[in-house]
Design a protein around this ligand. Structure first.
Ligand SMILES: Nc1ncnc2c1ncn2[C@@H]1O[C@H](COP(=O)(O)OP(=O)(O)OP(=O)(O)O)[C@@H](O)[C@H]1O
Length: 340
């Protein structure tokens, strides 16, 4: 099927050159409506094989709905998806590991049995699932809990067991829906390392999040999603490069020929000048300052972070909603701890 570029797609066209065979996921113009409400409104995503890919957006942006369409749990009303080379994702379910947003294992099951059960759902014989389950629990420092019932584990531990259950059949693609939510800082760090090591072994990882720091630290590529639309999809660096670096300059001289090198819209606050690095780059700026006798006391050039890029791409309202989502989750985590 020939896919025409989606009219509203404004993402970086970097991936246009990636052949489809090198993509673990290719989605074009995915649309999903619920009772007349458009939850996902023409989403385009290209996930290269072996990449760590983040879907970043606030609560209600359409992340879960997009992931469910990619997994074949629900079908799009329109659009095209191709997952691990198949247009019907359920045909490759055994090559996919999925951690849903709603966590839950049978409370009466032992940890090792829960993993073997999830493995069996993906075609691994129970005996082999138990063997791999014990091995995985050992590898992740949970060997001591293998024969404990899920109800005897802390929430964080149970979540880790479920996570291992998504990896036990050695999938080529893992799909994690908000994998960091509900984990404390220590376990979040462990999960980041696990995701990196999966990608190093060639597994493709796609996860949703509303925490910019996770996307910025981990992802090769991201899709920014807000109100069901994806205004940007591509490398994290390409998102950041949409904004020019910012200069902070401190000079000994107050006036002089060097002032011609400072853009007209520069801000002057206290001892510092703040301005956007001119298109011509750092070297001509430095030269003009030195030759113009500025007497440079300090100069720093800062590349914009993903937060600034998000604001510029998705708008301030979406950025505020993203912050509120992250804050809501942090508050929930504190309440949960308090109830224990
Ligand atoms: N089965 C459904 N029926 C009706 N509306 C739905 C259904 N699933 C999702 N929605 C709506 O679609 C929108 C997108 O939901 P979705 O769960 O995909 O967002 P999300 O980005 O994953 O947010 P969250 O982080 O809160 O889960 C929301 O307004 C949600 O209420």
């Amino acid at each position: 099927m020939k896919i025409e570029p989606f009219a509203s797609f404004t993402g970086t066209p970097v991936l246009d050159n990636v052949p489809s065979a090198d993509l673990a996921i290719e989605a074009r113009g995915l649309v999903k409506r619920f009772d007349g409400f458009t939850a996902v409104d023409g989403v385009d995503i290209s996930v290269p094989r072996g990449a760590i890919y983040g879907i970043l957006g606030p609560n209600g942006a359409g992340k879960t709905t997009t992931l469910r369409m990619l997994l074949g749990i629900i079908d799009p009303d329109s659009g095209y998806r191709c997952v691990l080379g198949h247009e019907r994702p359920t045909e490759v379910a055994r090559r996919i590991g999925y951690l849903p947003e709603e966590r839950g294992l049978y409370p009466a099951m032992k940890a090792v049995e829960a993993i073997a059960f999830l493995a069996a759902l993906r075609g691994v014989p129970l005996k082999e699932g138990r063997r791999r389950g014990r091995e995985l629990l050992e590898q992740h420092g949970l060997g001591y809990a293998a024969d404990r019932q899920i109800r005897q584990l802390s929430k964080g531990m149970a979540q880790q067991v479920q996570l291992l259950g998504t990896l036990v059949h050695e999938p080529d693609l893992v799909v994690f829906d908000e994998p960091f939510s509900g984990l404390d800082a220590l376990n979040q760090g462990k999960l980041e390392r696990m995701i990196r090591s999966l990608a190093e072994r060639g597994t493709t990882v796609i996860f949703s999040t509303h925490v910019i720091a996770h996307a910025e630290r981990l992802c090769d590529q991201i899709a920014i999603i807000a109100g069901g639309k994806v205004p940007f999809a591509g490398p994290v660096d390409a998102a950041r490069d949409r904004l020019r670096p910012q200069v902070r300059l401190e000079t000994r001289a107050q006036e002089g020929p060097w002032r011609a090198a400072i853009p007209a819209d520069a801000r002057h606050e206290g001892r510092f000048w703040f301005f956007t690095l001119p298109e011509s780059g750092v070297e001509p700026l430095l030269r003009a300052l030195i030759e113009g006798d500025a007497g440079i006391l300090s100069l720093s050039i800062e590349r914009p972070g993903l937060h600034d890029a998000f604001v510029s791409i998705a708008g301030e309202a979406a950025a505020r909603a993203l912050e509120e989502s992250a804050q809501e989750e942090a508050e929930k985590a504190i309440q949960k701890k308090g109830r224990r």
